[in-house]
Design a protein around this ligand. Structure first.
Ligand SMILES: [Zn+2]
Ligand SMILES: [Zn+2]
Length: 321
């Protein structure tokens, strides 16, 4: 049986990585690596969901086995100790809503009505286009997802962590999922940092001193305190470093997602508008006017936020016009 040729088309980001692969791997292995990466990022796979659950289990295992016990002995308030579990429960609920929900698949039966929900801006979205894969009319703000192999209404992006597209019908759950995940990481970081600070105070290490190689005495400094904590509580310090990093990364991403929600933009539209921004006309069409993007979907902060949780239908749009 003839071997299957490698996939012909790869995403822009993967294409960018090809020179790196060609430097470190022989040709045959490059093809295997390309196929593996293509399968990982361009087909629906539970791998990232398993990784996500494994990381949460590892962090909460450490929190339950060590941090909770020490904090309980030191009489931390019970509600503070239970807060990460409550946030985790909320996060898991949002995760299930996000990954199980239909993001807004465009089908032959609903394409015509979805095409009436949003106006075509004539720049990012043109009326009358048909998806060559799904053979359906593309509503404004929709995009074909090559991973899910479907057109999605108000397409935001395909999220490998929830193994689903983020579209009109699960954008609100995704925003809550992100916020609850950042809050969970923040709560774990706050409790663990408070515990380590309390342990330092109790051990009186803050007022200690040490002698250097020449026998001179110095007061303890921050690197020495961190080293002291790492030697005595290595798993807690490691977990704290991880959750602080996670809080910062997720905090940044939450801020960006909130900005998009409040301005009624999707990630897809934001990226496309950045690429388009002030692009000059093609040399073959010097007389053509440059495409100028303007967000025509924003209706004010409050209504934009409401739309994330309650996507408009064609009936609502008709009522308003
Ligand atoms: Zn499609
Ligand atoms: Zn998708």
């Amino acid at each position: 049986m003839a071997a299957r040729p490698p996939p012909e088309r790869f995403s822009g980001s993967f294409q960018a990585g090809r020179p790196v692969l060609s430097l470190v791997l022989p040709r045959q292995l490059q093809r295997v690596a390309q196929r593996a990466l293509h399968r990982l990022f361009h087909t629906r796979s539970c791998l990232f969901v398993v990784l996500h659950v494994a990381l949460q289990a590892a962090v909460f295992g450490e929190y339950t086995c060590e941090v909770f016990g020490y904090c309980w002995e030191l009489q931390f308030p019970l509600l503070l100790l239970l807060l990460p579990y409550l946030l985790l429960a909320a996060n898991l609920g949002c995760f299930l809503l996000c990954s199980r929900a239909d993001p807004g698949t465009v089908t032959k039966s609903n394409a015509a009505s979805l095409a009436e929900v949003y106006a075509y801006d004539g720049v990012l979205f043109q009326r009358g286009l048909v998806c060559p894969t799904c053979a359906v009319q593309k509503p404004a703000r929709s995009k074909h997802c090559s991973v899910c192999r479907a057109c999605v209404h108000r397409f935001d992006h395909h999220c490998v962590w929830v193994n689903n597209c983020i579209g009109a019908r699960n954008a609100g759950a995704f925003l809550l999922y992100l916020l609850s995940l950042a809050a969970t990481a923040g709560a774990l970081a706050a409790v663990s940092a408070a515990l380590l600070a309390q342990l330092l105070l109790l051990s009186n290490a803050l007022h200690g001193s040490y002698r250097d190689g020449q026998g001179q005495e110095h007061p303890v400094d921050i690197p020495l305190l961190v080293q002291h904590l790492f030697l005595n509580f290595p798993r807690i310090v490691f977990m704290l470093g991880f959750v602080i990093l996670l809080t910062l990364v997720l905090g940044g991403y939450c801020t960006f997602s909130l900005y998009l929600a409040l301005t009624n933009q999707t990630t897809n539209e934001w990226c496309k508008s950045r690429r388009l921004g002030g692009s000059p006309p093609l040399p073959s069409q010097p007389q053509a006017r440059p495409l100028v993007y303007r967000n025509i979907y924003s209706k004010g902060i409050w209504r934009n936020l409401k739309e994330i949780f309650n996507p408009p239908t064609v009936l609502e749009r008709k009522k308003k016009t």
